[in-house]
Design a protein around this ligand. Structure first.
Ligand code: HPA
Length: 272
């Protein structure tokens, strides 16, 4: 896949994007927003702002009024739009339930691996020739992960720095038996939006890592799950996540230095 050139001349300098839930557009003072079309459909409005002299895009994955459920998010349009803009690094954030009993509501987790239990999503840009098998031995960009963890620690926040995220199809929460199965498989946290976002970014050779926050203990660990509870905990934790994201953007260099596998993903992904 070749990055389209010159289509969006005035956006050349946006190398960093944040992908998250609704509400982060307030990250930027005087944010402008734009609507893009892609071969995969139209993503939600993308906000453009500045953090310490750096242009940054914010894409609310569920749309402006949180109107798109996790299984209906157009992950391909979202990621392709950022790619088209020239974005090279994505910082994502997801609300998750905790499967690991050591994790608690309000905790911050930067996963190092994932298990994909989605069912209906379009998970690749490479449906046609050339047949492309990308390597996900390090599923999240190690450099961006390290920076997210270091930044959280510098801000005095505790962040779990290793966790396996299982992504489910939703929109319902899981059953207690499903959560027990995921626990036995070695999964630590469960969410509905992490995949295929991470995979699609890697397919387009963009760096991607996510900072998750625990909004609840997963089904069967606590008695009942409500969307109200998830949003109540989110409101409490989001200012901290915002702070980590802002400070991470400040610390990220605009130039990638080749210390991660992301930028050369396609080099060894094809048979010829
Ligand atoms: N399961 C799936 N997705 C979630 C959860 C959960 O318990 N909490 C927040 N997002």
């Amino acid at each position: 896949m070749k990055r389209p050139k010159n289509r969006l001349k005035n956006l050349e300098n946006i190398k960093i994007a944040i992908v998250g839930g609704t509400g982060f557009e307030k990250l930027f003072k005087n944010a402008k927003w734009l609507r893009l079309g892609t071969p995969y459909g139209i993503p939600p409005p993308i906000f453009i702002g500045r953090i310490k002299g750096k242009n940054v895009a914010f894409l609310p994955r569920h749309g402006l009024n949180h109107s798109v459920p996790p299984h209906r998010v157009n992950y391909k349009a979202n990621i392709y739009a950022l790619y088209e803009m020239g974005v090279e690094r994505i910082l994502a954030t997801n609300a998750v339930g905790a499967i690991n009993h050591d994790f608690k509501p309000g905790d911050i987790v930067v996963p190092h691996d994932f298990v994909d239990f989605t069912k209906l999503r379009s998970t690749t840009f490479y449906d046609d020739a050339p047949v492309t098998h990308i390597d996900v031995s390090q599923p999240y960009c190690p450099e961006v992960r390290k920076l997210l963890i270091e930044t959280a620690k510098k801000l005095g926040l505790h962040a779990w720095d290793r966790a396996v995220l299982v992504c489910t199809e939703g929109p319902r929460y899981e059953t207690p038996a499903e959560i027990e199965m995921f626990r036995r498989l070695g999964c630590d946290i469960v969410g509905m939006t992490g995949i295929p976002e991470a995979v699609l970014a890697r397919e387009l050779e963009m760096c991607y890592a996510t900072i998750c926050y625990v909004s609840n203990m997963a089904a069967g660990i606590q008695e009942r799950l409500t969307a109200f509870e998830v949003s109540k905990v989110s409101k409490r934790v989001l200012p901290k996540i915002e702070q980590v994201l802002i400070e991470t953007v400040k610390a990220l260099s605009l130039q990638r230095k080749g210390n991660c596998p992301c930028a050369s993903t396609l080099k060894d992904a094809r048979f010829k």
